[in-house]
Design a binder for this molecule. Structure first.
Ligand SMILES: *Cc1c(COP(=O)(O)O)cnc(C)c1O
Length: 400
């Protein structure tokens, strides 16, 4: 037991989060390595034909093929489940693989999904284009408006899908409030928790059924690999999600799982510092007279709900530079430290123009309805000294 240093699920469950982030799910090999072993293998050999048969029959829980499971990936899944407080987790090759699997695995033709309008661009595509193609009806609502969710329910409604804070409007959706509406109707709450991170917000504790991540964002957080994860009850993961993942194969590479395990070790430190930096920068930009969307600012209409759900304002904000696309591009082009990049959750501060990048796939009307105007920029705050970031923003703003 000591040697495995975290392999025992029941022991690990009693650990505090900081310990789980470092040691949760670790399984040491006979070499007693301190860091997690990286198993770059697609297959596994058996001592005898009978052993292969037993493993396939599920009588022996060894590994059979890395599309189905891999020891390094399993360590990542176990650690994610412990941090989230979920019964089970499965990793995927990207965040979009996680979102797609979380939805497609449980839906069939004739079902109905209600989703928030403000979603990550590709998540909107799933709801607007992919699901309807397979006979799943979808309705979009304004995420913060609980009555709109209630009114959208039909006898066929199976899933509520949303992110909070939402991309890039920073709308806050009331997870517990929606759970109260969904539970009695047997509707499952699927939460894209990427912006909040498992450090700042625990949707399952607030009544959500399924949580999905892009691990590409804060969990790696250093711009290296793509990855994703879906978490939920043992029954959902084993009976609904797993058959979909095993047979369609959006599998996380063991190398990426290893990088993500390293990312988890510092996730709490990075996310809290990034959120602290973001708070300073949001206040600074607001003082400079810009309209800023950031959930812990006094000016955010859902500040109290956000405080209850997510503790801090998070690491991402949106700002309006005040006129059209040209001003927004001028500001981006004048930045010297902050990179122009559509990624988020990185230790480097990154800024993007949603209307021409992440949300360019939406029609103009749909964009404007969300408040994604030509003068909006989204800023993901990193780990640089916030004073340098403020200097950079100040010199770029002076160009306008
Ligand atoms: C990035 C992101 C995704 C998709 O993740 P990938 O790893 O890029 O596939 C989904 N939802 C949100 C909110 C994201 O920021």
């Amino acid at each position: 037991m000591k040697k495995d240093s975290g392999a025992d699920r029941e022991t690990s469950k009693t650990w505090r989060q900081a310990t789980q982030l470092i040691r949760g799910g670790t399984r040491r090999t006979g070499f007693d390595e301190t860091s997690e072993a990286l198993f770059l293998t697609s297959g596994y050999a058996y001592d005898a034909a009978e052993d292969a048969a037993a493993r396939f029959a599920g009588d022996d829980d060894g590994f059979t093929y890395s599309r189905l499971s891999n020891p390094t990936v399993a360590m990542f899944e176990e650690r994610m489940a412990l941090i989230e407080g979920a019964e089970a987790a499965r990793a995927t090759a990207s965040g979009m693989a996680a979102m797609t699997a979380a939805l497609m695995s449980q839906l069939e033709a004739g079902d109905h999904v209600v989703a928030a309008k403000a979603l990550f661009g590709s998540c909107r595509w799933l709801v607007d284009s992919l699901l309807p193609k397979f006979g799943v009806k979808t309705t979009l609502v304004h995420g913060p408006d609980l009555d709109a969710w209630r009114a959208a329910i039909t006898p066929e409604t199976k899933v509520f899908f949303f992110e909070t804070p939402a991309n890039p409007t920073l709308d806050i959706v009331d997870i517990a409030g929606l759970a109260e509406i969904a539970k009695p109707q047997g509707i499952k709450l699927v939460v894209d928790n990427v912006f909040a991170t498992p450090i700042l917000q625990k949707p399952l504790r607030l009544g959500a059924d399924i949580v999905a991540y892009s691990a590409t964002k804060h969990i790696d957080g250093q711009g290296r690999v793509l990855g994703g994860c879906v978490l939920g009850s043992e029954a959902f993961v084993m009976e609904t999600l797993l058959p979909f993942l095993r047979n369609t194969g959006p599998t996380l590479s063991p190398f990426n799982a290893w990088v993500l395990l390293k990312g988890l070790e510092t996730l709490d430190l990075r996310v809290r510092q990034m959120a602290e930096n973001a708070q300073k920068i949001a206040q600074y930009l607001e003082q400079k007279g810009l309209k800023v969307l950031y959930p812990s600012l006094e000016s955010h209409p859902q500040r109290a709900l956000n405080a209850a759900q997510m503790q801090t304002g998070g690491t991402i904000m949106s700002l309006y530079v005040g006129s059209g696309r040209e001003a927004a591009f001028n500001l981006l082009n004048a930045l010297e430290i902050i990179d122009i990049s559509n990624n988020i959750g990185d230790s480097r501060s990154l800024c993007t123009h949603p209307a021409s990048t992440t949300h360019s796939g939406l029609e103009e009307g749909a964009r404007l309805e969300l408040g994604i105007t030509e003068d909006m920029l989204r800023l993901s705050v990193g780990l640089e000294d916030p004073a340098d970031l403020m200097d950079d923003l100040s010199q770029a703003l002076s160009v306008l």
